[in-house]
Ligand binder design. Structure first.
Ligand SMILES: NC(=O)C1=CN([C@@H]2O[C@H](COP(=O)(O)OP(=O)(O)OC[C@H]3O[C@@H](n4cnc5c(N)ncnc54)[C@H](O)[C@@H]3O)[C@@H](O)[C@H]2O)C=CC1
Ligand SMILES: CC(=O)C(=O)O
Ligand SMILES: [K+]
Ligand SMILES: [Mn+2]
Length: 356
């Protein structure tokens, strides 16, 4: 029996609604597999926890998490009660950083049964490799002179190591896909870090002569996500650019609520963390209508990570079948609830796996 110990952090808002659906789907996958078992330990770390304890997680939170095989997280953030930079840096970004989850991979593809807002979605299938350890998301800087003369300085940090690591990951990934890497740059406007980014990209690509490459400024690239997403295979982007591109990736599939993600620790020292692209969606929380597909597809990425690609693919097929059958939450034009979609995915999965 392959036993996987998973730390589960539903977090805030709709994280608390979609995570239980996804763990139920994972249990169905394990049942079908027969030799696989997920053992969940749930942690209530969230903005509610902050209100009670004055912090997002206990002092020894990371020590507790580091012994798990993976972390499965919903979303963090309840800006009504805790400022977003405090809640995210106190938990989500803290885990990404301390556990050296240096890469965030986020696929987007034409999804069967979904109405893309694009006139001609034409089967796009791309994956963004987002640098996840530095870049524009940094604590380096400060504020001085409160009031009228206030100055805020925010530094973006680009190291050779971090930049090259993300790019090499993208090239390796492209080898297993369609052999094309696009670099998201902005070297016309950002004077130091982006020309550096371009230089590192040119260096790395010289090692991958079989891989085709392109480089676009992020503004044009964002527009191409809308006008011709088919031209992309793997896109490598800085932390901020990757963050923005992947919400667009969700949008062109039909909803940000279906976009999955994985924060990968590459050195094996710490667990990786699986959490969808979307946030806690306070505007729809509590109504039971959050789309669980982002979280369930994220579970599929966790299955892939543990070497269960075959079942992972069946799960993705089951999600697409259910969507195609019209069992959908309101964000993608349906009338089903979060739980109904989850149950339909489990049933469909059992059906396809009993016939094969
Ligand atoms: N990784 C994380 O934990 C993230 C956390 N956040 C936090 O989440 C909170 C809300 O942030 P927003 O900027 O509003 O982004 P958001 O992703 O939570 O919501 C943006 C829009 O998409 C919709 N949406 C998102 N997920 C959905 C789903 N599964 N089903 C249906 N509709 C969905 C929401 O209803 C909202 O209209 C903030 O506190 C923010 O800091 C935001 C992004 C990522
Ligand atoms: C914070 C955020 O929006 C993200 O990691 O996607
Ligand atoms: K999330
Ligand atoms: Mn984001």
């Amino acid at each position: 029996m392959k036993k996987l110990e998973i730390a589960v952090i539903p977090g805030d808002g709709i994280g608390k609604e979609v995570v239980p659906v996804a763990t139920k789907v994972l249990d169905t996958v394990a049942e079908i597999h027969g030799g696989l078992k997920f053992e969940y330990t749930e942690f209530p770390w969230s903005c509610d926890y902050y209100l009670e304890h004055g912090k997002m997680m206990p002092e020894d939170g990371l020590d507790i998490l580091k012994n798990f095989n993976a972390i499965f997280l919903g979303a963090i953030g309840n800006p009504q009660v805790v400022a977003d930079h405090v809640s995210l840096w106190g938990l989500l970004i803290k885990i990404r950083r301390e556990f050296e989850q240096s890469i965030n991979i986020r696929p987007a593809k034409f999804f069967k049964g979904l109405k893309s807002p694009l006139v001609n979605p034409n089967d796009f299938d791309l994956i963004v490799v987002r640098e996840n350890s530095e870049g524009e998301y940094s604590e380096v800087g400060g504020r001085i002179h409160r009031g009228e003369d206030e100055v805020a300085i925010q530094n973006a940090i680009f190291t050779k190591k971090g930049t090259e690591r993300a790019m090499r990951y993208a090239f390796e990934l492209a080898k297993q896909r369609r052999g094309h890497v696009t670099s998201a740059t902005k070297s016309n406007g950002i004077f130091h870090s982006m020309p550096f980014w371009d230089e590192v990209f040119n260096e790395v690509k010289a090692d991958y002569t079989d891989i085709q490459t392109a480089s676009y400024h992020i503004d044009a690239l964002a527009a191409f996500f809308v006008t011709r997403p088919q031209i992309f295979d793997v896109i490598v982007a800085s932390n901020l650019f990757g963050d923005i591109l992947t919400d667009i990736g969700g949008a062109i599939m039909g909803s940000i609520g279906i976009a999955p993600a994985a924060n990968i620790n590459l050195n094996g020292k710490y667990p990786s963390m699986f959490e969808p692209v979307h946030g806690s969606a306070p505007d729809i929380y509590g109504k039971g209508i959050a789309n669980p597909i982002g979280q369930v597809w994220t579970a599929k990425m966790m299955l892939d990570h543990f070497g269960e690609q075959e079942l992972g693919q069946k799960l993705l097929d089951a999600i697409e079948d259910v969507t195609n059958d019209g069992i959908k939450t309101p964000d993608i034009g349906g009338t089903s609830s979060t739980n109904e979609v989850g149950e339909a995915i489990c049933s469909r999965l059992k059906e396809v796996c009993s016939v094969s």
